[in-house]
Ligand binder design. Structure first.
Ligand SMILES: [Zn+2]
Length: 380
């Protein structure tokens, strides 16, 4: 292999590592390949563990075609907080990190963060998907611990309804697209230069005379992307100074990674909104199956291991509030038709019951669904 080919191979490998992202079990990824339709995408099971998996993004440009949504690792009710979320994303189990630990608000003196960890009274309470999610929760818990019960209820309700604010999410998506688009174009130019133009030039004229000019163009383009990235990141994520700094350093030290800079911005742009809001905004009606499963899961949650009564009330309260909002939005014509959530209309031969969660039909009644622990079958 010639020196030029070795260099190209190194650049390609460096670039490909930037196309891998970690998706936690409580997170959902929406990806559009080659700028086409948005799809809900799950990491392959062989590329992960109990906590999540690696998702390989399409290495071909344009970059910035991935959005994540993270479920909350905790439940919050007017009475307290519990390190447990009743929800499971379709066909997935709950994360093993959920302890079910409960704290009433009168026992909470302070809430802070340590990176992605939410600390309550100075101790680790839950692990969040991002530092930003941890900070949002810490701030909310701090505020709720200070006020009366009535005000707590309003704060908890606001927290949940903000996750379902489709119009706000749409506005943020528009704002994001405006500042990210120039970066997408520059990163496409850098991609074409590094992986098409430079190899052709080196093959025709030899490596020796071209190393410095090629490196100079690469660095100039990376710096330009870095400047745009800094500006866009500051506008979209004003509080995330360490993420901004870390990524800028990476781009300067290793220019090929700046091609994927738009991914860093889109990844968590809509992360605080519910997965079904993203499904609605990005895919239109392509992910109806997912939206239905999401709502039915809130309505008929799987069995859980939390035995403390107050803790159980808190996780139930959070799930019920979310379900109410979802059903209201369905009634207003969002996501699905209301009848999509009712009993199956097509009754299979001999079946006498169905599972209200996964909609499978059965020839037995008064039993538990074999696929949904804790959910009892309903007779037709
Ligand atoms: Zn079932």
């Amino acid at each position: 292999m010639s020196e030029g080919q070795t260099l190209l191979l190194i650049l390609i490998l460096l670039y490909l590592t930037e196309c891998l992202i970690w998706v936690k079990r409580e997170s959902v990824a929406f990806v559009s390949r080659m700028g086409g339709r948005w799809r809900l995408t799950v990491p392959p099971s062989w590329l992960g563990n109990a906590n999540g998996g690696l998702l390989f993004l399409n290495p071909l440009p344009p970059a910035g075609r991935v959005f994540l949504s993270h479920l909350s690792p905790i439940s919050i009710s007017p009475s307290g907080i519990c390190a447990y979320n009743l929800q499971t994303l379709p066909s997935e189990a709950r994360s093993p990190g959920q302890t079910g630990h409960f704290l009433p608000f009168n026992k909470i003196t302070r809430s802070t963060t340590d990176g992605v960890y939410l600390l309550v009274n100075g101790e680790r309470f839950a692990k969040c998907a991002t530092a930003r999610q941890a900070r949002t929760l810490a701030k909310l818990i701090g505020e709720m611990a200070k006020v009366s019960t009535g005000k707590r209820e309003r704060l908890a309700r606001n927290w949940i309804s903000e996750q379902f604010a489709i119009d706000d999410a749409a506005a943020r998506l528009r704002e994001g697209n405006i500042v990210i688009q120039p970066m997408r174009e520059l990163s496409l130019i850098l991609f074409l230069f590094l992986f098409v133009v430079a190899p052709v030039l080196v093959t025709s004229f030899g490596l020796t005379g071209l190393v410095i000019p090629v490196a100079a163009v690469m660095v100039i383009l990376a710096v330009l992307i870095g400047i745009l990235f800094h500006r866009a990141h500051k506008q979209l994520f004003p509080a995330e100074t360490s993420e901004r700094f870390e990524n800028l350093v990476k781009m300067i030290l290793c220019p090929p990674v700046s091609i994927r800079a738009p991914d860093i911005l889109t990844r968590n742009l809509l992360a605080e909104y519910s997965p079904i809001v993203l499904a609605n905004l990005l895919t239109g009606s392509n992910e109806q199956q997912f939206v239905r499963a999401f709502i039915l899961d809130l309505q008929h949650p799987l069995k859980h291991e939390v035995s403390d009564e107050t803790a159980e009330k808190t996780i139930g309260w959070t799930a019920a509030e979310q379900l109410n909002i979802c059903l209201e939005q369905v009634k207003d014509g969002r996501y699905l038709k209301p009848e999509d959530l009712s009993a199956p209309t097509q009754r299979e031969e001999n079946s006498i019951s169905y599972c209200p969660r996964c909609r499978c039909q059965f020839v037995v009644s008064a039993a538990e669904c074999p696929d949904c622990p804790g959910v009892t079958l309903v007779d037709f």
